[in-house]
Design a protein around this ligand. Structure first.
Ligand code: PLP
Length: 420
């Protein structure tokens, strides 16, 4: 007994290995690896052209109307208790009305379920369809949180490509050949992250017909809804809800520039009641029983945030995004080893192609981004972390002056490494 030291003590617990696997997938993990290169002795300030937090830039401040809405909700003392599992009725009603403005039918508050940001909306959508053996079709390039959630829920992932030469439209032939009787859903992100594309009405109609033919539902991530500045207007997938059932995911994070407020939604766009019939709605309610919900006072502020925000706030954000996207395009044109297939028309980022064959001592996009961070203190996300090797994802939701400076450093880095 005496020599049974601590070293021999056996514990019955250990971490769930699936977590470690799933956690490697989201962008946050890759970013941390690249950030580690930043202490290379460069004394200049770090410029993050990766998915940052737009509100850190003074030009991406939310509207005082939203702030006042939260303050009065808090002051009222009406929202200090627990909320119903789907969220408080006034918030669900406000979201139903807000989204119905763009639809050919009216949503009811019963179609709306509040979530902790769009992140939990993704979590919910993937968890609900995760019956044993199920698979899901995800876009590539895409938003890796889907891969992570699918890995954690044991859902098999099959990727279809977005086609750069066709303004990042879905490769619908690939979708058809990937799907089988275990395919539950396909994910569509519009306006697109990471591509910055905006799908046309005609293309979305084709996607809807394809999904209907395959008998799958569409998970429409519209967290960037209405953040468009090109020729294609934003068309919500819910417009096609009578062709195919759609789960629309969204939040106030991006359009209102308040990702820290953690309030989002899952909405059933399903005038034919297929999601009720197939018990997906029951699955959503069951999920809500075992999960958490956004802070009640933020829910309390939702009707005023959605109902009273003025157009000029939205227009200002759009104007800045158009301006910063243009800065990117102009500066990228000056860099020989980087090209882009099409201009961004929405969201806050876009994809550019990197030609490493013209650069000395650069293996691939990851190597490029690590060295760029080390030598220039500029952080850009390598395309491989969103599924496209030797591409880069550039986020333009940044203060114009620091964007200019970051792109200047990117250019001089590429010039320095260019093969003679
Ligand atoms: C930012 C983002 C999310 C997460 O939104 P939150 O409301 O901040 O949780 C989901 N999907 C995409 C495509 C995003 O870019």
């Amino acid at each position: 007994m005496e020599d049974e030291g601590v070293a021999e003590k056996r514990w019955n617990f250990k971490p769930n290995g699936v977590l470690a696997h799933a956690a490697k997938l989201p962008i946050k993990g890759t970013m941390q690896a690249i950030m580690r290169n930043l202490d290379g002795g460069d004394t200049r300030s770090t410029i993050a052209l990766c998915q940052g937090d737009p509100p850190v830039s003074p030009c991406f401040r939310t509207t005082p109307i939203a702030v006042d809405a939260v303050v009065s909700a808090l002051r009222s003392s009406e929202y200090n208790g627990y909320a119903p599992i789907a969220g408080i009725l006034p918030a669900r009603r406000a979201i139903a009305e807000y989204l119905s403005r763009d639809l050919p039918y009216k949503l009811s508050p019963d179609d709306v379920f509040l979530t902790v940001g769009c992140t939990q909306a993704i979590n919910m959508a993937v968890s609900v369809i995760a019956h044993p053996g199920a698979n899901i079709l995800l876009p590539r390039p895409g938003y890796p949180y889907y891969e992570a959630r699918a890995a954690f829920s044991g859902v098999e992932v099959r990727h279809f490509n977005l086609i750069p030469e066709r303004n990042w439209e879905v490769d619908l032939d690939a979708v058809e050949s990937l799907a089988d009787e275990n395919t539950a859903a396909m994910v569509l992100i519009n306006p697109g992250n990471p591509c910055g594309n905006v799908f046309t009405y005609q293309h979305l109609a084709k996607v809807a017909e394809t999904a209907k033919k395959l008998g799958i539902l569409i998970i429409a991530d519209e967290v960037y809804g209405h953040l468009t500045f090109g020729s294609n207007p934003f068309v919500p997938m819910g417009v096609f809800g009578s062709i195919v059932p759609v789960l629309t995911l969204g939040s106030i994070s991006k359009r209102w520039l308040v990702p820290g407020w953690r309030c989002g939604w899952v909405v059933t766009n399903d005038p034919n009641g297929i999601l009720k019939e197939t018990k997906i709605v029951d699955g959503i309610k069951d999920y809500l029983v075992i999960s958490s919900d956004p802070a009640t006072f933020v829910q309390g502020a939702i009707p005023q945030i959605l109902g009273s925000t003025r157009e000029d706030f939205f227009n200002k954000t759009i104007d800045i995004l158009r301006q910063t996207a243009d800065i990117c395009l102009e500066r990228i044109k000056e860099i020989d080893c980087i090209t882009y297939p099409c201009k961004p028309e929405g969201s806050m980022s876009f994809m550019v192609e990197l030609d490493v064959s013209h650069l000395a001592d650069i293996l691939d996009d990851v190597d490029f981004c690590c060295k760029l961070a080390k030598e220039e203190s500029v952080v850009i996300l390598p395309g491989s972390s969103v599924g496209f090797k030797n591409w880069l994802r550039i986020t333009f939701a940044t203060e114009p002056s620091s964007l200019e400076e970051g792109l200047r450093r990117l250019k001089s880095f590429c010039q320095r490494l260019a093969k003679k």
